[in-house]
Design a binder for this molecule. Sequence first.
Ligand SMILES: Cc1cc2nc3c(=O)[nH]c(=O)nc-3n(C[C@H](O)[C@H](O)[C@H](O)COP(=O)(O)OP(=O)(O)OC[C@H]3O[C@@H](n4cnc5c(N)ncnc54)[C@H](O)[C@@H]3O)c2cc1C
Length: 288
Amino acid sequence: MKAPAFDYIKPRHLDAVFQLQADYGDEARLLAGGQTLLATLNMRLSEPALLIDITGITALKGISLQGSFLRIGALATHSEIEASALVAQHAPLLSLAAPHIAHRAIRNLGTWGGSIAYADPAAEWPACLMALDGIVVVQSAKGERRIAAQDFFLDLYSTALAEGELITACELPIAAPDQLFAFDELARRHGDYAIVGLALAATRAQGGLVGVKLAFLGLGKTPLRATAAETWLGQRPLTADLLEPLLEVLRSELDPLADLTNSAATKRHLALVLARRGLTAMLNPGTP
Ligand SMILES: Cc1cc2nc3c(=O)[nH]c(=O)nc-3n(C[C@H](O)[C@H](O)[C@H](O)COP(=O)(O)OP(=O)(O)OC[C@H]3O[C@@H](n4cnc5c(N)ncnc54)[C@H](O)[C@@H]3O)c2cc1C
């Protein structure tokens, strides 16, 4: 199918975007990499009157260090993030996750901001943002606000972005030298959206892992932090003898939504496989 007719404009400044959003309201859509939006237009899932192409706006581009944060501009493409030395050094979780996103051609065009805004519960970046306790920076004609990842993803494809707001960047706390990260997912074929995925972060200390954070994708309507399992561990370091009890807490906590091909029980099982694998590898660094 072909997309319905629409007008197209490529402003150079954010003020012009905000003006167009005010003029067109719900009839306008922001266009970034187009890797999701154009498919939905072609399927006629929405029929906006105007596409506002934001890819010419310099303020939304780039990856930079800003104090204790790594700033990922909304227009940073998946491939830029994958290849970035700054990301590899300061937010290595993203370097681990990037190759799992679709195929190279899509990663070359698709953007960080588009993925966060679209909020697909099976997407990699939202889960990474949750695992890292990142912050979403949004802007509108009224000014800027910062939203914690935990408060950003509200429901299926639904976020805390208000009308007239766009994502300008995200801020990720820079990784400490003793922090460990892991990302893994299970998909039917490489490049497919994952059935289940897991972003992990922890700090090596006190003879084990402290501050373990588990963020799952593909289990619910949003990316999910396993808060019951994290709270159960509390201040205790995770050591090998606590792994199975932790996984039991996780088993009770996870309440996955079935999809067209996988039951909730299958998804719970796969999530536990990923958690056991990831945490075992973190507890035993250097073993294959
Ligand atoms: C075949 C295929 C396979 C894919 N597989 C995966 C996968 O495995 N994992 C994965 O994560 N993704 C996957 N994707 C999606 C891809 O990652 C998209 O790039 C991403 O979801 C959207 O980014 P985009 O820049 O293309 O956004 P667009 O398609 O341009 O926009 C998506 C939505 O976000 C809004 N938007 C865009 N930028 C902003 C902003 N700065 N502020 C506010 N709203 C904004 C748009 O208005 C639109 O509603 C796949 C896509 C395809 C076509």
